[in-house]
Design a protein around this ligand. Structure first.
Ligand code: GRF
Length: 219
């Protein structure tokens, strides 16, 4: 199967983008990153992608007339690069329903929580405030509603008693960098099938037994 051409859409530092680029350097990885598009000018992610010799484009949302013009400009770049799958990675704009529908089940996002818990922003502080013992990240297909859509893969990390939003964010981000390349690989290798609004994965090896994390000192 030919490697799928992937674009990564970013708005900032691009650490998940960098993880995808690194994974796609491996010869047996089923996707190649052909384009990075930023919705903001001057962000670190663009420099990082350029340093990796990946083609970059800035479609400055602040400088485009409206959302339709912004999306048309993005689409033009995607078409120009022959993109087949789009990955959102710290992309801070809500895409219109028509854009999302055009890319249905070929548009993937990573969100820093175990969805459907903690959609939206400030997920780490909210997880601490809610007292959850497990937090994590989710790779999912995008639907028009924010942080909604069929779940492809999730990784959980413990929430420790001394955690701050910052320390928890760092633990989750390390998990994101491992999870996103795995999630994209499943999509690019055509191992994901959306049934109803859940994802069925083909040829999944046996899963490890369920781990349960109790509150420290619970016994
Ligand atoms: C990540 O935590 C991602 O899950 C969220 O925004 C952050 C982006 O970080 N959507 P980076 O730009 O990938 O470093």
């Amino acid at each position: 199967m030919a490697r799928k051409k992937v674009a990564v859409l970013i708005s900032g530092r691009g650490s998940n983008m960098a993880a995808l680029i690194a994974a796609a350097r491996k010869p047996d990885y089923p996707a190649e990153i052909v384009l990075v598009v930023s919705s903001r000018a001057g962000v670190a992610g663009i420099e990082r992608a350029a340093a990796e010799d990946v083609a970059t484009a800035v479609v400055d949302a602040a400088a485009t007339a409206n959302q339709a013009a912004f999306e048309a400009a993005v689409e033009e770049r995607l078409a120009g690069a022959g993109v087949e799958i789009v990955c959102l990675a710290g992309f801070m704009r809500l895409l219109s329903a028509s854009f999302v529908d055009r890319w249905r089940d070929r548009l993937v996002n990573i969100h820093p929580s175990l969805l459907p818990a903690f959609q939206g922003l400030n997920t780490h502080a909210r997880a601490i405030a809610a007292g959850v013992r497990l937090h994590g990240c989710t790779v999912h297909f995008v639907r028009p509603a924010m942080d909604d859509g069929p779940i492809i893969a999730q990784a959980a990390v413990p929430v420790l008693p001394d955690d701050t939003a910052q320390t928890l964010a760092e633990r989750v981000l390390a998990a994101e960098h491992r999870l996103y390349p795995q999630g994209l690989a499943l999509v690019a290798a055509e191992r994901t099938r959306v049934v109803g609004e859940t994802v069925v994965i083909a040829d999944l090896p046996p899963q490890p037994s369920l781990a349960m994390l109790m509150s420290p000192g619970a016994f």
